[in-house]
Design a protein around this ligand. Structure first.
Ligand SMILES: [Zn+2]
Length: 326
């Protein structure tokens, strides 16, 4: 037993990190404040007790903590600052993608999305190298970001939100086990190829809450998270929001521009380059095509083709590959 002199009214046992039995995930208990009676403040002593286990209750934000002196107490975890009322419009659950009737033409040229503030946190869904980003890949549009992980790694909700879709491999096509979360600002985030779901449809989740485990289910060649960001059902490059290798949010305010929805508009471009991407001319590689021949045909240079397509001059062109020529 250790004894400690209390000098202040408020004894804070701060950041008591407990390993939760639920799902075997690591979980942070924020802080426990114990108010000491001011009358007994002078040189009073208290026992420092150690938490040895936690037990779930019917409410996922309330836990019971057991201490080594055989006492226990309820701990209230922080709840999301959102409610079901934030999600009344176009709450689609029959189909994976929502807002099917919203056309690109009907969206504003730009919209400001506040991603986080003092009441609403954020979390990088998983931290890791980007294996493959937003681009045309193998004859199809790759509308997400593939982040490397190890099967079983925890996947976290990017922002506070409500789970719109939970799908098993058999019902989600290439996505494998999929979770879609809608956030109050109109964004939706997609988490695909999971090995396990840990949330259910219509559940409110808090930013950083563990929602599933990473895997390689569906159309996948190895363990990774396929992560998508969509606004009004339209996807854009998720690397505009997150720096996945460093686990950082790029900014608290995100200005989403209409040209971002184009498959050739990606993070890292200037606004001018992104805007120009919507008027690109694309050449589909046929037998015998070379970068030199394409440069002559379209009155451009090999260097320009390489820069536009993010390829090297020695890259082997595949039949059917799409090359931006202008
Ligand atoms: Zn992917």
């Amino acid at each position: 037993m250790r004894y400690k002199t209390v000098k202040k009214n408020l004894l804070t046992i701060a950041a008591l990190a407990l390993t939760m039995s639920a799902y075997g995930q690591k979980f942070d208990i924020y802080s426990i404040d114990e108010t000491v009676d001011p009358e007994s403040e002078q040189q009073s002593t208290v026992t420092t007790k150690t938490a040895i286990d936690t037990v779930n209750t019917a409410d996922k934000y309330t836990k019971v903590v057991l201490y080594d002196d055989h006492t226990w107490q309820y701990i209230e975890l922080e709840r999301p600052n959102i409610s079901d009322e934030d999600f009344q419009d176009a709450w689609e659950q029959e189909h994976i993608h929502a807002y099917a009737d919203v056309t690109l033409a009907s969206l504003p040229n730009e919209v400001e999305l506040l991603l986080t503030d003092s009441l609403h946190g954020w979390a990088c869904p998983v931290v890791g190298q980007v294996n493959s980003g937003w681009k045309f890949r193998r004859h199809r549009e790759h509308k997400g970001t593939d982040v490397h992980l190890v099967t079983g790694d925890t996947i976290r909700a990017a922002f506070d939100g409500k789970v719109r879709v939970v799908r098993e491999v058999a019902d989600a096509g290439g996505y494998g086990n999929l979770i879609v979360i809608r956030h109050p600002n109109g964004l939706e985030t997609y988490y695909a190829h999971l090995s396990k779901h840990l949330v259910t449809e219509n559940e409110l989740v808090k930013a950083g809450e563990v929602i599933g485990l990473g895997g390689s289910t569906g159309r996948s060649t190895g363990p990774h998270l396929h992560f998508e960001c969509r606004y009004m059902g339209k996807p854009f490059d998720a690397e505009r929001i997150f720096d996945f290798p460093n686990g950082q949010l790029r900014d608290t305010l995100f200005v989403l521009k209409k040209h971002y929805f184009n498959i050739y508009s990606h993070y890292g471009q200037s606004d001018k380059e992104s805007s120009a991407s919507t008027s690109h001319i694309v050449h589909v590689i046929k037998h015998g095509d070379t970068l030199g021949a394409l440069a002559r045909k379209y009155h451009t240079t090999v260097a320009s083709l390489c820069r536009l397509n993010r390829i090297s001059a020695t890259k082997t062109l595949r039949l059917g590959q799409r090359i931006i020529v202008r």
